[in-house]
Design a protein around this ligand. Structure first.
Ligand code: SF4
Length: 218
């Protein structure tokens, strides 16, 4: 079985530091995590820029804005009416219960309690919650996205469920926020450059530890 830290080291050596998450505030990270669902980061970034231009990238202003105006800003991300409704709902919770500050909320409880709270909000599933905890809350939680599942599944032809895979990452990696943040970003970068739906195995920096090319060429 391959070692996850070895995978991390190879990806870092090849792709270099990714410097994720590209955002100015914790709330912007949450907005990005929600907008990037079912679309590319490029589209989510356009939606964020549109919200920023209208000064809607903070919970207080967002909670007061109309859903129609927000939907217009995030139209480019798909499912825009639903995403607008969810953003307003979350902004209202933050304003009513946490003084309009996601950072305040993220400092208030244990990681497990925060995760439960976040996943109780409409539009926030386990992967989105874990991304928010890691990148906005600076908490040691490893998000498992589709790219991570695909990569592990190809490396050893078996990936397991969300919790099992997450537990594996978190038991094998050092307790280091930089490693967690970089590794998640590197996996996404790798999935877009080499380990795509149709992978480019012959130039991949993980080729010598990956079982997938052997299976598909034998
Ligand atoms: S060798 Fe191919 S399947 Fe394996 S990680 Fe690289 S691109 Fe993905």
């Amino acid at each position: 079985m391959f070692k996850l830290f070895d995978v991390y080291s190879r990806l870092l050596a090849y792709h270099g530091p990714q410097g994720w998450w590209p955002a100015e505030t914790a709330f912007e990270i949450l907005v990005g995590a929600l907008l990037t669902q079912r679309t590319t980061w490029k589209n989510a970034a356009r939606g964020i820029d549109n919200l920023r231009e209208k000064n809607l990238l903070n919970p207080v202003n967002l909670a007061l804005a109309s859903e129609v105006e927000i939907a217009d800003c995030v139209r480019c991300t798909g499912f825009f009416r639903k995403k607008a409704e969810r953003l307003v709902g979350i902004a209202k919770i933050l304003v009513q219960q946490y003084g309009g500050s996601l950072q305040h909320m993220l400092k208030e409880s244990t990681t497990e309690e925060l995760r439960e709270r976040l996943t109780s909000w409409k539009g926030i599933g386990p992967e989105t919650a874990d991304s928010i905890l890691l990148y906005a809350g600076d908490l040691l939680v490893f998000p498992i996205d589709q790219y991570t599942k695909r990569l592990v599944n190809r490396l050893e032809l078996n990936s397991g469920d969300y919790q099992g895979l997450q537990a594996r990452f978190m038991s094998q990696l050092p307790d280091d926020l930089t490693v967690y943040k970089e590794f998640h970003a590197l996996i996404d970068k790798h999935a877009k450059t080499f380990c795509r739906k149709k992978p480019i195995c012959n130039q991949c920096p993980l080729r010598e530890i990956c079982k997938y090319p052997v299976r598909t060429t034998s």
